[in-house]
Design a protein around this ligand. Structure first.
Ligand SMILES: Nc1ncnc2c1ncn2[C@@H]1O[C@H](COP(=O)(O)OP(=O)(O)O)[C@@H](O)[C@H]1O
Ligand SMILES: [Mg+2]
Length: 252
Protein backbone atom coordinates (compact mmCIF):
# COMPACT_ATOMS: atom_id res chain seq x y z
CA UNK A 1 0.00 0.00 0.00
CA UNK A 2 1.39 3.39 -0.93
CA UNK A 3 1.55 6.28 1.52
CA UNK A 4 -1.40 8.66 0.96
CA UNK A 5 -0.70 12.35 0.37
CA UNK A 6 -0.93 14.46 3.53
CA UNK A 7 -3.30 16.79 1.69
CA UNK A 8 -5.49 16.08 -1.30
CA UNK A 9 -8.33 18.34 -2.37
CA UNK A 10 -10.60 18.13 -5.38
CA UNK A 11 -12.80 21.02 -6.43
CA UNK A 12 -12.45 22.65 -3.02
CA UNK A 13 -14.88 25.56 -2.91
CA UNK A 14 -15.79 28.01 -0.16
CA UNK A 15 -18.44 30.63 -0.64
CA UNK A 16 -19.25 33.14 2.10
CA UNK A 17 -22.80 34.33 2.27
CA UNK A 18 -22.20 38.04 2.90
CA UNK A 19 -25.63 39.66 2.82
CA UNK A 20 -26.98 39.69 -0.71
CA UNK A 21 -23.56 39.17 -2.30
CA UNK A 22 -21.86 35.79 -2.18
CA UNK A 23 -18.08 35.95 -1.83
CA UNK A 24 -16.29 33.22 -3.76
CA UNK A 25 -13.24 32.85 -1.53
CA UNK A 26 -12.13 29.47 -2.96
CA UNK A 27 -13.05 28.26 -6.43
CA UNK A 28 -12.52 24.61 -7.32
CA UNK A 29 -9.07 24.23 -5.83
CA UNK A 30 -7.20 20.99 -6.58
CA UNK A 31 -4.15 20.62 -4.38
CA UNK A 32 -2.04 17.61 -3.45
CA UNK A 33 0.79 17.80 -0.92
CA UNK A 34 2.89 14.71 -0.31
CA UNK A 35 4.42 13.64 2.95
CA UNK A 36 7.77 15.38 3.55
CA UNK A 37 7.06 18.48 1.45
CA UNK A 38 7.58 22.07 2.56
CA UNK A 39 5.17 24.35 0.70
CA UNK A 40 4.80 28.14 0.82
CA UNK A 41 1.37 29.58 -0.03
CA UNK A 42 1.55 33.11 -1.41
CA UNK A 43 -0.92 35.61 -2.82
CA UNK A 44 -2.28 39.11 -2.35
CA UNK A 45 -4.57 40.03 0.50
CA UNK A 46 -8.03 38.65 -0.19
CA UNK A 47 -6.80 35.91 -2.55
CA UNK A 48 -8.11 33.11 -0.28
CA UNK A 49 -5.03 32.02 1.67
CA UNK A 50 -6.62 32.13 5.12
CA UNK A 51 -9.82 30.51 3.89
CA UNK A 52 -7.76 27.66 2.47
CA UNK A 53 -5.63 27.31 5.62
CA UNK A 54 -8.77 27.25 7.78
CA UNK A 55 -10.21 24.41 5.71
CA UNK A 56 -6.92 22.51 5.47
CA UNK A 57 -6.64 22.91 9.26
CA UNK A 58 -10.18 21.50 9.77
CA UNK A 59 -11.25 24.76 11.41
CA UNK A 60 -13.81 25.34 8.65
CA UNK A 61 -15.62 23.18 6.11
CA UNK A 62 -15.82 23.67 2.35
CA UNK A 63 -19.08 24.63 0.61
CA UNK A 64 -18.28 22.00 -2.02
CA UNK A 65 -15.47 19.68 -2.99
CA UNK A 66 -13.59 16.92 -1.23
CA UNK A 67 -10.67 16.98 1.16
CA UNK A 68 -8.61 13.99 2.30
CA UNK A 69 -6.23 14.65 5.18
CA UNK A 70 -3.56 11.98 5.56
CA UNK A 71 -5.86 9.51 3.80
CA UNK A 72 -9.01 10.34 5.78
CA UNK A 73 -11.91 12.11 4.15
CA UNK A 74 -12.71 15.15 6.30
CA UNK A 75 -14.80 17.63 4.28
CA UNK A 76 -18.13 16.48 5.73
CA UNK A 77 -17.10 16.09 9.37
CA UNK A 78 -18.96 17.87 12.13
CA UNK A 79 -17.33 20.19 14.64
CA UNK A 80 -16.41 17.52 17.20
CA UNK A 81 -14.96 15.14 14.63
CA UNK A 82 -12.94 17.99 13.14
CA UNK A 83 -11.58 18.91 16.57
CA UNK A 84 -10.56 15.31 17.08
CA UNK A 85 -8.75 14.93 13.77
CA UNK A 86 -7.15 18.35 14.22
CA UNK A 87 -5.65 17.27 17.54
CA UNK A 88 -4.36 14.04 16.05
CA UNK A 89 -3.02 15.22 12.72
CA UNK A 90 -2.21 18.95 12.69
CA UNK A 91 0.13 21.30 14.53
CA UNK A 92 -0.54 25.04 14.17
CA UNK A 93 1.92 27.93 14.24
CA UNK A 94 0.56 31.49 14.17
CA UNK A 95 1.98 34.91 13.41
CA UNK A 96 1.36 36.09 16.98
CA UNK A 97 2.76 32.91 18.65
CA UNK A 98 -0.49 32.42 20.68
CA UNK A 99 1.25 31.20 23.84
CA UNK A 100 -0.43 31.36 27.24
CA UNK A 101 1.34 34.23 28.99
CA UNK A 102 1.08 32.97 32.58
CA UNK A 103 2.33 29.52 31.64
CA UNK A 104 5.93 28.33 31.36
CA UNK A 105 7.42 27.30 28.02
CA UNK A 106 7.30 23.60 28.85
CA UNK A 107 3.69 23.78 30.07
CA UNK A 108 2.67 25.62 26.88
CA UNK A 109 4.26 22.82 24.86
CA UNK A 110 2.54 20.15 26.96
CA UNK A 111 -0.98 21.58 26.43
CA UNK A 112 -1.91 19.78 23.17
CA UNK A 113 -1.05 16.47 24.88
CA UNK A 114 -3.45 17.27 27.72
CA UNK A 115 -6.25 18.05 25.23
CA UNK A 116 -5.75 14.63 23.65
CA UNK A 117 -7.91 12.13 25.49
CA UNK A 118 -6.92 9.11 23.41
CA UNK A 119 -4.51 7.96 26.11
CA UNK A 120 -1.74 7.49 23.55
CA UNK A 121 0.58 10.00 25.28
CA UNK A 122 1.80 8.70 28.62
CA UNK A 123 4.60 10.87 29.99
CA UNK A 124 3.42 14.26 28.75
CA UNK A 125 6.11 16.28 30.58
CA UNK A 126 8.88 14.14 29.07
CA UNK A 127 7.37 14.52 25.58
CA UNK A 128 7.14 18.30 26.06
CA UNK A 129 10.78 18.40 27.20
CA UNK A 130 11.82 16.40 24.12
CA UNK A 131 9.94 18.80 21.81
CA UNK A 132 11.61 21.81 23.47
CA UNK A 133 14.98 20.11 22.96
CA UNK A 134 14.17 19.69 19.27
CA UNK A 135 13.82 23.47 18.88
CA UNK A 136 16.93 24.14 20.98
CA UNK A 137 15.19 25.59 24.03
CA UNK A 138 15.78 23.04 26.79
CA UNK A 139 17.45 25.74 28.87
CA UNK A 140 14.32 27.94 28.74
CA UNK A 141 11.75 25.35 29.83
CA UNK A 142 10.70 27.24 32.97
CA UNK A 143 10.65 30.70 31.41
CA UNK A 144 7.38 32.51 30.75
CA UNK A 145 6.73 33.97 27.28
CA UNK A 146 7.47 37.53 28.46
CA UNK A 147 10.97 36.36 29.44
CA UNK A 148 11.68 35.11 25.92
CA UNK A 149 12.55 36.94 22.68
CA UNK A 150 10.10 36.87 19.77
CA UNK A 151 12.16 34.22 18.00
CA UNK A 152 12.29 32.07 21.14
CA UNK A 153 8.53 32.41 21.62
CA UNK A 154 7.97 31.25 18.05
CA UNK A 155 10.27 28.28 18.69
CA UNK A 156 8.19 27.38 21.75
CA UNK A 157 5.10 27.58 19.52
CA UNK A 158 6.80 25.29 16.99
CA UNK A 159 7.62 22.82 19.78
CA UNK A 160 3.95 22.94 20.81
CA UNK A 161 2.98 22.20 17.19
CA UNK A 162 5.42 19.27 17.03
CA UNK A 163 4.70 17.62 20.36
CA UNK A 164 1.86 15.41 19.12
CA UNK A 165 3.95 14.22 16.12
CA UNK A 166 1.36 15.59 13.66
CA UNK A 167 1.17 14.56 10.01
CA UNK A 168 1.19 18.25 9.07
CA UNK A 169 2.33 21.61 10.41
CA UNK A 170 0.29 24.60 9.23
CA UNK A 171 1.90 27.99 9.78
CA UNK A 172 0.08 31.24 8.95
CA UNK A 173 2.65 34.05 8.47
CA UNK A 174 5.00 32.50 11.07
CA UNK A 175 7.65 35.20 10.51
CA UNK A 176 5.19 38.10 10.25
CA UNK A 177 6.07 39.46 13.71
CA UNK A 178 9.82 38.83 13.54
CA UNK A 179 12.77 40.90 12.31
CA UNK A 180 14.60 39.64 9.25
CA UNK A 181 17.42 37.78 11.03
CA UNK A 182 15.04 36.08 13.45
CA UNK A 183 12.82 35.17 10.49
CA UNK A 184 15.75 33.37 8.87
CA UNK A 185 16.42 31.57 12.17
CA UNK A 186 12.82 30.33 12.29
CA UNK A 187 13.04 29.25 8.64
CA UNK A 188 16.28 27.39 9.44
CA UNK A 189 14.38 25.49 12.13
CA UNK A 190 11.53 24.70 9.70
CA UNK A 191 14.06 23.48 7.11
CA UNK A 192 15.76 21.28 9.71
CA UNK A 193 12.42 19.77 10.76
CA UNK A 194 11.48 19.29 7.12
CA UNK A 195 14.76 17.41 6.54
CA UNK A 196 13.68 15.15 9.41
CA UNK A 197 10.49 14.40 7.47
CA UNK A 198 8.00 16.91 8.90
CA UNK A 199 5.47 18.15 6.32
CA UNK A 200 5.06 21.94 6.50
CA UNK A 201 2.64 24.32 4.79
CA UNK A 202 3.20 27.99 5.52
CA UNK A 203 1.54 31.17 4.35
CA UNK A 204 3.81 34.11 3.67
CA UNK A 205 3.61 37.25 1.57
CA UNK A 206 7.41 37.62 1.53
CA UNK A 207 9.12 36.12 -1.55
CA UNK A 208 12.43 35.84 0.36
CA UNK A 209 10.74 33.64 2.98
CA UNK A 210 8.87 31.56 0.38
CA UNK A 211 12.18 30.61 -1.28
CA UNK A 212 13.12 28.54 1.78
CA UNK A 213 10.27 26.19 0.87
CA UNK A 214 10.60 23.51 -1.78
CA UNK A 215 7.43 24.52 -3.59
CA UNK A 216 5.40 27.70 -3.98
CA UNK A 217 1.63 27.77 -4.47
CA UNK A 218 0.43 31.21 -5.48
CA UNK A 219 -3.24 32.11 -5.16
CA UNK A 220 -5.33 34.75 -6.85
CA UNK A 221 -9.08 35.32 -6.58
CA UNK A 222 -9.66 31.98 -4.87
CA UNK A 223 -7.75 29.97 -7.46
CA UNK A 224 -4.27 28.53 -7.71
CA UNK A 225 -2.49 30.76 -10.18
CA UNK A 226 0.92 29.08 -9.99
CA UNK A 227 2.18 25.88 -8.37
CA UNK A 228 5.87 25.23 -8.91
CA UNK A 229 8.93 23.75 -7.25
CA UNK A 230 11.49 26.33 -6.10
CA UNK A 231 14.38 26.11 -8.56
CA UNK A 232 17.04 27.75 -6.36
CA UNK A 233 15.81 26.87 -2.91
CA UNK A 234 17.55 28.98 -0.29
CA UNK A 235 19.41 27.39 2.61
CA UNK A 236 18.53 29.28 5.79
CA UNK A 237 21.51 27.96 7.76
CA UNK A 238 23.90 29.12 5.02
CA UNK A 239 22.16 32.52 4.99
CA UNK A 240 22.58 32.75 8.78
CA UNK A 241 26.28 32.01 8.51
CA UNK A 242 26.59 34.72 5.84
CA UNK A 243 24.66 37.15 8.07
CA UNK A 244 26.96 36.31 10.98
CA UNK A 245 30.00 37.10 8.84
CA UNK A 246 28.47 40.37 7.67
CA UNK A 247 27.80 41.42 11.27
CA UNK A 248 31.35 40.53 12.35
CA UNK A 249 32.85 42.42 9.42
CA UNK A 250 30.75 45.45 10.20
CA UNK A 251 31.94 45.35 13.80
CA UNK A 252 35.66 45.42 12.83
N1 LIG B 1 -16.06 35.33 7.23
C1 LIG B 1 -16.12 35.91 6.02
N2 LIG B 1 -17.28 36.40 5.54
C2 LIG B 1 -17.35 36.97 4.32
N3 LIG B 1 -16.30 37.10 3.49
C3 LIG B 1 -15.11 36.63 3.90
C4 LIG B 1 -14.96 36.02 5.20
N4 LIG B 1 -13.65 35.65 5.33
C5 LIG B 1 -13.04 36.01 4.18
N5 LIG B 1 -13.91 36.60 3.34
C6 LIG B 1 -13.61 37.09 1.98
O1 LIG B 1 -13.07 36.00 1.24
C7 LIG B 1 -12.01 36.42 0.39
C8 LIG B 1 -10.73 35.66 0.76
O2 LIG B 1 -10.32 36.07 2.06
P1 LIG B 1 -9.09 35.41 2.83
O3 LIG B 1 -9.19 33.94 2.71
O4 LIG B 1 -9.05 35.99 4.18
O5 LIG B 1 -7.86 35.91 1.96
P2 LIG B 1 -6.31 36.13 2.36
O6 LIG B 1 -6.02 35.34 3.59
O7 LIG B 1 -5.56 35.68 1.14
O8 LIG B 1 -6.14 37.61 2.59
C9 LIG B 1 -11.91 37.93 0.58
O9 LIG B 1 -12.68 38.54 -0.43
C10 LIG B 1 -12.52 38.14 1.93
O10 LIG B 1 -13.06 39.44 2.03
MG1 LIG C 1 -5.24 35.97 5.42
Amino acid sequence: MSIPPVIRTEGLTRTYDAGRNAVHALRQVNLTIERGEMVAVMGASGSGKSTMMNILGCLDTPTAGTYWLDGERVDGLDRDARADIRNRKIGFVFQGFNLLSRTSAIDNVELPLLYDHSGRHLDTQALAAAALARVGLSDRADHHPSELSGGQQQRVAIARALVTEPALILADEPTGNLDSRTSVEVMALFQELNEQGVTIVLVTHEPDIARYAGRIVEMRDGRILRDEPVSNRHDARADLRALGTAVEEAAV
